[in-house]
Structures are given as C-alpha cells and as structure tokens.
Design a protein. Sequence first.
Length: 350
Amino acid sequence: MARRSRPPSLSKAWQRGVRAITRQVALVVKTAARSAARKAATVKTTTTAKGAQAKSTAPGRSPRPPSADAGDWLAGVATAAAGMRRFRLYRPAGIAAGERLPLLVMLHGCGQDAAGFSRSTRMNRLAARERFLVLYPEQSRLANPQRCWNWFETESGRAQGEAALILAAIDQVCLLYPADRDRVAIAGLSAGGSMAALLATRHPDRFKAVAIHSGVPPGLAHSTATALRAMQGRFASSPSPDARPLPPLLVLHGTKDHVVVPSNAAEAARQWARAAATTTERSRSAQRGRRHPMTVTDFKRGAAIAATLVEIDGLGHAWSGGAAKESFSDAGGPDASTMIWRFVAKRFVT
C-alpha cells in the first residue's frame, strides 16, 4: 500500500482542479458537438520526406489511441460529490447510426494511468476487433500519490465516493456515446480490481459481469491497516453474502504474487459461491503454448456460473499476457484480456 505524502495547499489543489475540469469539459463538449458532423470525414494520408506516412485529420477529429488500433481515444471528466476524475474512452471506428455497443470499464492499478493500462492490457486492440467501448477512469494524484484507488477507505467514505465518480463516468459515456446501458461490465488490476469488486457488490444491478485481476475481495478492509493485512492474506472472517444477486465473477491471480497473495482470489470466488448458493465446483488444468499454465475452477448453480477462478502458475503481481516492457505486465502469462472479454461477452447475451 502506498505511503501517504503531504498534500498540497487547498488553494493550489483548487486551482489545479478548476484548470483541469475546464480543459476536460471543453474537450468533451467539443467532441460531442462535432461528432455527428464528422462521421463522413476521412483521414488523409501523406508521405513525409523520409518516406514515412503521416496522417492529417479532419477538424474536430479525436486523438488516436495510444496504439495502432483504429478508433478514437477520447478524453472526459466525471464529477460527483467526492470531486472529479478524468477518464479516457476508446471508441472503435465505423459505428453505424443508432448502433449501441457493449461497454467494458477498466480500472488501472497503482502507479498506472489510463494510457499505460490500455497499452499493457491491449484491450483497445481487442475492442477494435470485437466491437465494444472501453472506459478507463483515472485516479488522481491528489486523491492518492501513487494513483491507487482508495478501495479500502470504506470507514471514512472515500471508497464510496470514488465508486460514485466511476458510476458518474459510466453514466456520462452512456449519455454522450453509443454505449448500451444493459451491457456494461467492469474489470480491474490490483487496487483497480478491488475497486471493481466493491462496485459490483454495492451496485450489482449496474453490471452484467465483473473481473478481478490480482485484487482483494470486498469486505475485508476498511482502513489502510486492514488493507495491508488483507493483501497479505491475514483476514479473520469473510462478510456475509449479499441478499441481492451478484454479477458473475471472473477472478485471475498469479501463484507468485507477493503483493496481493493468492488466497485473496480463492476468497473472492468463495464469496460469490456462497452468495449464489452454488452446488458444484469443477477444476481443470490448461496451458496455451509456452505460456504459464493455469488451473481453472468453475463454481456453478445448475448450468449458471457464479464465479470462475483462474490461478496462473508462476505469475507475479502483473497483468497476465500483457504487453512486454510495460509496468505490471507479464507477456508470458495467458491472455487475461481475451479471457475477460470472452467471459463478459457470454453474460451480455444471456
């Protein structure tokens, strides 16, 4: 857990916040206003003196995503009682008039931002091929010096405040862009995974599925001290299952994770299994090529899966199958992004 540093003065924080929100709101309004007018706009390709190709865009065209994926990389800001948070949205190219696409919310881990998380997971590339929107809410350094989501601060209410900001970002995207409110799922890494779990349990009606990668299950921490103990697997008891149905869970975790120990993954799966009163538990081993092998356990009630636990042998605290050279990313693991999308896509059609 990141050590807190001394916060800046209230005046400086306010000035930064005003400048940031002004820039981001202006960009969102400008993009939304020109969206319809530029649907037929094309990108003109020219050749530079060195033989490389450079693209000139039509007025108002959104910045390209931080990769070679076709589509738009849009900026926005969400506001709620707890303040504001920036976000990025990946929108695939070629969306037809009236078309509504599924929305996958991706919450980054500590030390990451939206652009870095998108590069590491390569989720935009998958979204371009499978045609869905990807929302990347971004934690502020003013809220946490290491950009960690404060998932554990439930006693003070900070966790609930940040959850409300993420919901506000989802609402804004569904209002301004072609996102289908009935097909929304959420996933996250580490602190982002813990925040995703918190959102799924407190607002289960908002999500069709949830994926936790290397995170802590909900209810095990309410402060910094209890969060540190939970991350190391030192939790006394698990909370009682919620009476409301929880969205199906996919939990992925490495057996060599020493930051958030693997027992957290098993505990998350057990929470969901108890909430759904599952009747069967089946495990299988799998390995794809030379990637790390994994053990997959399904918790079912009848034919319906309440939770799937994926334990990845040899993986540390990193996104499995992520881009090489990115932080908290292990290219040697099975492709977590593909597994997450396949899992949530099945829930969108049921």
